[in-house]
Design a protein around this ligand. Structure first.
Ligand code: PRT
Length: 107
């Protein structure tokens, strides 16, 4: 079974081209990149505010909104989650190698 983000992306992507009245997601997708990016930024700020206030429950809730809006942006740009996972894995491998390299001398 695919993970929740893959499923969320698939659900959101399926709404591309749907009438804006079909759902909130279809309406948001129809607004275009600047508006989607703005919503994503707002959700990120909401996560940060809840974290700064020590509101753990708020961080969880706003993180879900943030991931949803990230999935909307990816779907709008046709960036499949697999592309993101591949880059994360590439970095994981790169950092694994970096850890094994001798440390440069202290200056
Ligand atoms: N996972 C989500 C999801 N998470 C958050 N949200 C929406 O994002 C909103 C949070 O963002 P805001 O705080 O900006 O919401 P708001 O204050 O109402 O702002 P505006 O609507 O005025 O922009 C929530 O109120 C939800 O409406 C989501 N809407 C949809 N999904 C999933 O997306 C798919 C498509 O959903 P539909 O849009 O219902 O077809 C389905 O799989 C849904 O489960």
């Amino acid at each position: 079974m695919s993970d929740p983000i893959d499923r969320l992306y698939a659900a959101v992507h399926a709404l591309k081209g749907a009438a804006a009245g079909a759902s909130r997601t279809a309406k948001l997708l129809a607004t275009g990149t600047p508006k989607i990016a703005q919503k994503l930024g707002e959700e990120a700020v909401e996560v940060a505010i809840d974290a700064a206030l020590g509101n753990r429950h708020g961080v969880v809730m706003e993180s879900c909104d943030l991931l949803y809006h990230l999935a909307v942006l990816w779907a709008h740009l046709d960036i499949e989650p697999a592309v993101i996972w591949a880059e994360l894995e590439r970095r994981e491998r790169m950092m694994g190698i970096a850890e094994k390299l001798p440390k440069p001398p202290a200056v």
